[in-house]
Design a protein around this ligand. Structure first.
Ligand SMILES: [Zn+2]
Ligand SMILES: [Zn+2]
Length: 375
Protein backbone atom coordinates (compact mmCIF):
# COMPACT_ATOMS: atom_id res chain seq x y z
CA UNK A 1 0.00 0.00 0.00
CA UNK A 2 1.39 3.40 -0.90
CA UNK A 3 2.12 6.04 1.71
CA UNK A 4 -0.47 8.69 1.06
CA UNK A 5 1.24 11.23 3.26
CA UNK A 6 4.45 10.79 1.31
CA UNK A 7 2.64 11.09 -1.99
CA UNK A 8 1.19 14.45 -0.95
CA UNK A 9 4.44 15.46 0.72
CA UNK A 10 2.84 16.30 4.09
CA UNK A 11 3.57 15.26 7.65
CA UNK A 12 1.42 12.62 9.30
CA UNK A 13 -0.08 15.23 11.59
CA UNK A 14 -0.83 17.65 8.75
CA UNK A 15 -4.02 19.66 9.15
CA UNK A 16 -6.92 19.37 6.71
CA UNK A 17 -5.90 22.74 5.32
CA UNK A 18 -2.30 21.64 4.73
CA UNK A 19 -3.47 18.50 2.96
CA UNK A 20 -5.77 20.56 0.79
CA UNK A 21 -2.96 22.96 -0.09
CA UNK A 22 -0.54 20.18 -0.92
CA UNK A 23 -3.07 18.50 -3.18
CA UNK A 24 -3.99 21.72 -4.89
CA UNK A 25 -0.35 22.39 -5.70
CA UNK A 26 0.34 18.91 -7.02
CA UNK A 27 -2.88 18.76 -9.00
CA UNK A 28 -1.98 21.99 -10.74
CA UNK A 29 1.35 20.55 -11.81
CA UNK A 30 0.15 17.10 -12.74
CA UNK A 31 -3.27 17.55 -14.24
CA UNK A 32 -3.19 15.89 -17.68
CA UNK A 33 -4.57 19.07 -19.23
CA UNK A 34 -1.42 20.94 -18.32
CA UNK A 35 1.20 18.25 -18.02
CA UNK A 36 1.85 15.99 -20.98
CA UNK A 37 4.64 14.07 -19.23
CA UNK A 38 4.51 10.28 -19.42
CA UNK A 39 4.09 9.60 -15.77
CA UNK A 40 2.10 12.74 -14.97
CA UNK A 41 -1.17 10.96 -15.51
CA UNK A 42 -0.25 8.07 -13.24
CA UNK A 43 1.03 10.41 -10.58
CA UNK A 44 -2.07 12.57 -10.79
CA UNK A 45 -4.16 9.51 -10.22
CA UNK A 46 -2.02 8.56 -7.23
CA UNK A 47 -2.17 12.04 -5.77
CA UNK A 48 -5.93 12.19 -6.20
CA UNK A 49 -6.32 8.83 -4.52
CA UNK A 50 -4.20 9.96 -1.59
CA UNK A 51 -6.18 13.14 -1.28
CA UNK A 52 -9.48 11.31 -1.52
CA UNK A 53 -8.49 9.28 1.53
CA UNK A 54 -6.74 11.91 3.61
CA UNK A 55 -9.30 14.63 3.04
CA UNK A 56 -12.02 12.51 4.55
CA UNK A 57 -11.66 12.28 8.35
CA UNK A 58 -13.22 8.82 8.55
CA UNK A 59 -11.17 7.37 5.75
CA UNK A 60 -8.05 9.03 7.07
CA UNK A 61 -8.61 7.39 10.42
CA UNK A 62 -9.03 3.97 8.85
CA UNK A 63 -5.87 4.55 6.89
CA UNK A 64 -3.93 5.74 9.92
CA UNK A 65 -4.92 2.56 11.75
CA UNK A 66 -3.43 0.47 8.98
CA UNK A 67 -6.52 -0.21 6.89
CA UNK A 68 -6.93 0.63 3.25
CA UNK A 69 -10.12 2.61 2.88
CA UNK A 70 -9.86 2.76 -0.90
CA UNK A 71 -9.97 -1.02 -1.07
CA UNK A 72 -13.24 -1.25 0.82
CA UNK A 73 -16.23 -0.71 -1.36
CA UNK A 74 -18.45 1.81 0.38
CA UNK A 75 -17.08 5.30 0.38
CA UNK A 76 -13.93 4.20 -1.39
CA UNK A 77 -13.06 4.26 -5.03
CA UNK A 78 -16.12 2.70 -6.52
CA UNK A 79 -16.55 2.38 -10.26
CA UNK A 80 -18.46 5.66 -10.41
CA UNK A 81 -15.75 7.63 -8.73
CA UNK A 82 -14.49 10.52 -10.81
CA UNK A 83 -11.23 12.20 -10.14
CA UNK A 84 -12.54 15.23 -11.91
CA UNK A 85 -15.06 15.71 -9.13
CA UNK A 86 -12.28 16.43 -6.72
CA UNK A 87 -10.41 18.45 -9.24
CA UNK A 88 -13.38 20.57 -10.17
CA UNK A 89 -14.42 21.14 -6.61
CA UNK A 90 -11.10 22.92 -6.34
CA UNK A 91 -10.80 24.77 -9.55
CA UNK A 92 -14.41 25.51 -10.25
CA UNK A 93 -14.00 24.23 -13.75
CA UNK A 94 -17.30 22.43 -14.07
CA UNK A 95 -19.26 23.72 -17.01
CA UNK A 96 -22.61 25.14 -16.13
CA UNK A 97 -21.64 25.55 -12.49
CA UNK A 98 -20.99 29.19 -11.76
CA UNK A 99 -21.07 30.38 -15.35
CA UNK A 100 -20.39 34.09 -15.34
CA UNK A 101 -21.49 36.70 -17.78
CA UNK A 102 -19.22 39.12 -19.55
CA UNK A 103 -17.08 41.30 -17.32
CA UNK A 104 -18.16 44.93 -17.09
CA UNK A 105 -15.76 47.37 -18.72
CA UNK A 106 -16.57 49.97 -16.11
CA UNK A 107 -14.86 49.57 -12.79
CA UNK A 108 -14.56 51.78 -9.74
CA UNK A 109 -11.52 54.00 -9.72
CA UNK A 110 -8.79 53.74 -7.14
CA UNK A 111 -8.67 55.66 -3.91
CA UNK A 112 -5.92 58.22 -3.72
CA UNK A 113 -3.86 59.50 -0.82
CA UNK A 114 -2.15 62.86 -0.61
CA UNK A 115 -0.31 64.36 2.32
CA UNK A 116 -0.48 67.98 3.34
CA UNK A 117 1.67 69.83 5.81
CA UNK A 118 -0.36 71.77 8.32
CA UNK A 119 0.85 74.45 10.70
CA UNK A 120 -0.23 74.63 14.30
CA UNK A 121 -2.53 77.55 13.59
CA UNK A 122 -4.45 75.56 10.98
CA UNK A 123 -4.57 72.52 13.26
CA UNK A 124 -6.03 74.72 15.99
CA UNK A 125 -8.50 76.82 14.08
CA UNK A 126 -9.01 74.78 10.89
CA UNK A 127 -8.52 76.18 7.45
CA UNK A 128 -8.65 75.59 3.74
CA UNK A 129 -6.07 74.37 1.31
CA UNK A 130 -5.83 74.42 -2.45
CA UNK A 131 -4.54 71.11 -3.73
CA UNK A 132 -3.10 70.27 -7.11
CA UNK A 133 -3.90 66.67 -7.83
CA UNK A 134 -2.72 64.33 -10.60
CA UNK A 135 -5.70 62.14 -11.23
CA UNK A 136 -7.88 60.51 -13.88
CA UNK A 137 -11.13 62.02 -15.09
CA UNK A 138 -13.78 60.84 -17.52
CA UNK A 139 -12.55 61.28 -21.09
CA UNK A 140 -14.26 64.41 -22.39
CA UNK A 141 -14.28 63.11 -25.97
CA UNK A 142 -15.97 59.72 -25.55
CA UNK A 143 -17.52 60.42 -22.12
CA UNK A 144 -16.28 57.09 -20.87
CA UNK A 145 -17.61 54.92 -23.72
CA UNK A 146 -14.03 54.21 -24.87
CA UNK A 147 -15.26 54.39 -28.51
CA UNK A 148 -14.59 57.03 -31.11
CA UNK A 149 -17.67 59.26 -31.00
CA UNK A 150 -20.39 57.91 -33.27
CA UNK A 151 -19.18 54.32 -33.02
CA UNK A 152 -20.09 51.49 -30.69
CA UNK A 153 -18.50 48.33 -29.40
CA UNK A 154 -19.44 45.26 -31.42
CA UNK A 155 -20.32 41.92 -29.92
CA UNK A 156 -17.34 39.58 -29.75
CA UNK A 157 -17.67 36.90 -32.46
CA UNK A 158 -15.49 34.43 -30.60
CA UNK A 159 -17.57 34.18 -27.44
CA UNK A 160 -20.81 35.55 -28.88
CA UNK A 161 -20.86 38.21 -26.21
CA UNK A 162 -20.62 35.85 -23.26
CA UNK A 163 -17.11 36.94 -22.35
CA UNK A 164 -16.27 33.35 -21.46
CA UNK A 165 -15.34 30.42 -23.59
CA UNK A 166 -15.78 26.82 -22.66
CA UNK A 167 -13.11 24.37 -23.46
CA UNK A 168 -13.63 20.64 -23.52
CA UNK A 169 -10.59 18.62 -22.63
CA UNK A 170 -10.54 14.89 -23.05
CA UNK A 171 -8.41 12.90 -20.70
CA UNK A 172 -8.62 9.74 -18.73
CA UNK A 173 -10.84 11.75 -16.45
CA UNK A 174 -13.44 11.84 -19.13
CA UNK A 175 -14.58 15.20 -20.42
CA UNK A 176 -13.41 18.16 -18.45
CA UNK A 177 -15.17 21.38 -19.28
CA UNK A 178 -13.31 24.50 -18.35
CA UNK A 179 -14.37 28.10 -18.66
CA UNK A 180 -12.01 30.92 -19.18
CA UNK A 181 -12.17 34.56 -20.12
CA UNK A 182 -12.39 35.00 -23.86
CA UNK A 183 -8.98 36.07 -25.13
CA UNK A 184 -10.42 37.92 -28.09
CA UNK A 185 -12.38 40.40 -25.95
CA UNK A 186 -10.56 39.98 -22.60
CA UNK A 187 -13.80 38.76 -21.14
CA UNK A 188 -15.80 41.91 -21.89
CA UNK A 189 -18.02 40.19 -24.46
CA UNK A 190 -17.57 43.09 -26.84
CA UNK A 191 -14.75 44.49 -28.90
CA UNK A 192 -13.99 48.13 -29.53
CA UNK A 193 -12.70 48.24 -33.07
CA UNK A 194 -12.62 52.01 -33.26
CA UNK A 195 -11.28 53.26 -29.92
CA UNK A 196 -11.43 56.87 -28.85
CA UNK A 197 -8.20 58.55 -29.86
CA UNK A 198 -8.01 60.92 -26.92
CA UNK A 199 -8.02 58.24 -24.21
CA UNK A 200 -6.78 55.29 -26.34
CA UNK A 201 -9.99 53.49 -25.48
CA UNK A 202 -9.49 53.81 -21.72
CA UNK A 203 -12.54 55.98 -21.16
CA UNK A 204 -10.56 58.23 -18.85
CA UNK A 205 -7.66 60.62 -19.20
CA UNK A 206 -4.93 61.74 -16.84
CA UNK A 207 -5.08 65.31 -15.79
CA UNK A 208 -4.10 67.77 -13.11
CA UNK A 209 -7.04 68.99 -11.11
CA UNK A 210 -7.22 71.58 -8.37
CA UNK A 211 -9.36 71.09 -5.36
CA UNK A 212 -10.15 72.91 -2.13
CA UNK A 213 -9.78 70.87 1.06
CA UNK A 214 -11.39 72.02 4.28
CA UNK A 215 -9.16 71.33 7.26
CA UNK A 216 -11.31 70.84 10.36
CA UNK A 217 -10.05 72.23 13.68
CA UNK A 218 -8.22 69.63 15.75
CA UNK A 219 -6.39 67.67 13.06
CA UNK A 220 -3.08 66.11 14.02
CA UNK A 221 -0.34 64.18 12.26
CA UNK A 222 -1.95 61.06 10.87
CA UNK A 223 -5.48 62.47 10.65
CA UNK A 224 -7.05 61.46 7.35
CA UNK A 225 -9.69 63.62 5.78
CA UNK A 226 -11.87 61.54 3.47
CA UNK A 227 -13.25 63.19 0.37
CA UNK A 228 -15.79 60.80 -1.05
CA UNK A 229 -15.71 60.47 -4.81
CA UNK A 230 -12.69 62.74 -5.25
CA UNK A 231 -10.30 59.91 -6.15
CA UNK A 232 -9.58 58.90 -9.70
CA UNK A 233 -12.24 57.86 -12.18
CA UNK A 234 -12.20 54.13 -12.97
CA UNK A 235 -11.65 52.36 -16.30
CA UNK A 236 -14.29 53.19 -18.90
CA UNK A 237 -15.36 56.18 -16.84
CA UNK A 238 -16.24 54.01 -13.83
CA UNK A 239 -17.25 55.68 -10.56
CA UNK A 240 -14.40 57.53 -8.87
CA UNK A 241 -12.64 56.28 -5.76
CA UNK A 242 -12.21 58.39 -2.66
CA UNK A 243 -9.47 60.84 -1.91
CA UNK A 244 -7.77 60.73 1.47
CA UNK A 245 -5.88 63.78 2.61
CA UNK A 246 -3.44 62.88 5.34
CA UNK A 247 -2.24 65.58 7.68
CA UNK A 248 1.37 66.01 8.68
CA UNK A 249 1.66 68.69 11.33
CA UNK A 250 4.76 70.85 11.18
CA UNK A 251 6.48 71.31 14.52
CA UNK A 252 6.02 74.80 15.93
CA UNK A 253 9.21 76.59 17.00
CA UNK A 254 7.76 77.49 20.42
CA UNK A 255 4.67 75.47 21.25
CA UNK A 256 4.93 71.72 21.79
CA UNK A 257 1.72 69.83 21.25
CA UNK A 258 0.83 66.94 23.53
CA UNK A 259 -2.59 65.64 22.65
CA UNK A 260 -4.63 68.80 22.37
CA UNK A 261 -2.66 70.69 25.02
CA UNK A 262 0.12 73.06 24.11
CA UNK A 263 3.21 73.49 26.24
CA UNK A 264 5.55 76.43 26.26
CA UNK A 265 8.31 77.69 28.54
CA UNK A 266 8.54 81.23 29.94
CA UNK A 267 11.75 82.46 31.56
CA UNK A 268 11.30 84.70 34.60
CA UNK A 269 14.02 86.91 36.08
CA UNK A 270 14.89 85.85 39.62
CA UNK A 271 13.67 89.17 41.01
CA UNK A 272 10.29 88.95 39.27
CA UNK A 273 9.82 85.40 40.52
CA UNK A 274 10.60 86.53 44.06
CA UNK A 275 8.57 89.74 44.02
CA UNK A 276 5.69 88.72 41.77
CA UNK A 277 4.60 90.57 38.68
CA UNK A 278 2.31 90.49 35.66
CA UNK A 279 3.71 89.35 32.33
CA UNK A 280 2.27 89.27 28.85
CA UNK A 281 2.77 86.25 26.63
CA UNK A 282 1.83 85.62 23.03
CA UNK A 283 -0.64 82.75 22.55
CA UNK A 284 -2.26 81.46 19.36
CA UNK A 285 -5.24 83.60 20.36
CA UNK A 286 -3.18 86.74 20.82
CA UNK A 287 -1.55 88.34 23.90
CA UNK A 288 -2.48 87.01 27.36
CA UNK A 289 -1.79 88.59 30.77
CA UNK A 290 -0.42 86.21 33.37
CA UNK A 291 -0.12 86.98 37.08
CA UNK A 292 3.10 85.71 38.61
CA UNK A 293 2.62 85.40 42.34
CA UNK A 294 5.47 86.39 44.67
CA UNK A 295 7.73 83.44 45.47
CA UNK A 296 7.21 81.62 42.19
CA UNK A 297 9.55 78.65 41.72
CA UNK A 298 11.07 77.12 38.65
CA UNK A 299 8.95 74.27 37.20
CA UNK A 300 5.72 75.83 38.34
CA UNK A 301 2.96 75.62 35.76
CA UNK A 302 0.36 78.17 34.75
CA UNK A 303 -2.53 76.66 32.82
CA UNK A 304 -4.60 78.80 30.50
CA UNK A 305 -7.79 76.84 29.93
CA UNK A 306 -9.11 76.48 26.40
CA UNK A 307 -6.15 78.07 24.65
CA UNK A 308 -4.78 74.80 23.27
CA UNK A 309 -5.68 72.93 20.09
CA UNK A 310 -9.33 72.20 19.32
CA UNK A 311 -10.61 68.71 20.00
CA UNK A 312 -11.30 67.11 16.63
CA UNK A 313 -15.11 67.02 16.22
CA UNK A 314 -15.23 68.49 19.71
CA UNK A 315 -17.83 71.17 18.98
CA UNK A 316 -15.42 74.01 19.66
CA UNK A 317 -13.93 72.61 22.86
CA UNK A 318 -10.19 73.01 23.11
CA UNK A 319 -7.20 71.80 25.09
CA UNK A 320 -5.16 74.03 27.38
CA UNK A 321 -2.06 76.14 27.04
CA UNK A 322 0.36 75.08 29.76
CA UNK A 323 3.12 77.53 30.65
CA UNK A 324 6.24 76.10 32.28
CA UNK A 325 7.94 78.77 34.35
CA UNK A 326 11.72 78.77 34.61
CA UNK A 327 13.41 81.15 37.04
CA UNK A 328 16.58 82.59 35.54
CA UNK A 329 19.62 83.29 37.68
CA UNK A 330 21.64 86.30 36.49
CA UNK A 331 24.90 85.24 34.91
CA UNK A 332 26.59 88.62 34.70
CA UNK A 333 26.57 91.08 37.62
CA UNK A 334 28.12 94.52 37.74
CA UNK A 335 29.74 95.77 40.92
CA UNK A 336 26.70 97.41 42.42
CA UNK A 337 24.38 94.44 41.64
CA UNK A 338 26.81 92.04 43.24
CA UNK A 339 27.03 94.30 46.32
CA UNK A 340 23.24 94.41 46.63
CA UNK A 341 22.92 90.63 46.26
CA UNK A 342 25.58 90.06 48.92
CA UNK A 343 23.72 92.42 51.25
CA UNK A 344 20.52 90.51 50.55
CA UNK A 345 22.25 87.22 51.25
CA UNK A 346 23.52 88.60 54.54
CA UNK A 347 20.06 89.87 55.46
CA UNK A 348 18.60 86.46 54.70
CA UNK A 349 21.38 84.60 56.46
CA UNK A 350 22.23 82.83 53.21
CA UNK A 351 25.97 83.44 52.90
CA UNK A 352 26.63 79.78 53.65
CA UNK A 353 23.64 77.71 52.51
CA UNK A 354 23.23 74.46 54.36
CA UNK A 355 23.25 71.90 51.55
CA UNK A 356 20.12 70.35 53.06
CA UNK A 357 18.87 67.31 51.08
CA UNK A 358 15.30 67.11 49.75
CA UNK A 359 13.65 64.43 47.63
CA UNK A 360 13.85 64.95 43.87
CA UNK A 361 10.72 66.47 42.41
CA UNK A 362 8.69 63.61 40.91
CA UNK A 363 7.93 65.77 37.88
CA UNK A 364 11.60 65.62 36.92
CA UNK A 365 11.35 61.90 36.37
CA UNK A 366 8.30 62.05 34.17
CA UNK A 367 9.99 64.75 32.12
CA UNK A 368 13.05 62.58 31.69
CA UNK A 369 10.88 59.61 30.82
CA UNK A 370 9.02 61.66 28.23
CA UNK A 371 12.29 62.78 26.74
CA UNK A 372 13.52 59.20 26.41
CA UNK A 373 10.17 58.13 24.99
CA UNK A 374 10.52 60.87 22.40
CA UNK A 375 7.40 62.72 23.49
ZN1 LIG B 1 -12.09 58.78 -24.84
ZN1 LIG C 1 -15.07 37.35 -26.63
Amino acid sequence: MSDYYEILGVRRDASAEEIKKAYRKLARQLHPDVNAGDDAEARFKEVSRAYDVLSNPERRQVYDMGGDPSASGGGGFGPGFGFSDIFESFFGAAAGGGARGPAPRQRRGQDALVRIEVHLNEATFGGQRELQLDTAVVCPTCEGSCCRPGTQPRTCEVCKGRGQIQRVARSFLGQVMTQQACAACQGFGSVISDPCVECSGEGRVRTRRSLTVKIPPGVDTGTRIQLTGQGEVGPAGGPPGDLYVEVVEQPHPLFTRRGDDLHVTVELPMTAAALGTTIEIESLDGPQQIDIKPGTQSRELVTLRGLGVAHLRGAGRRGDLVIHLVVMTPTVLDGEQEKLLRELATLRGEERPSGRLTPTHPGMFSKLRDRFAGK
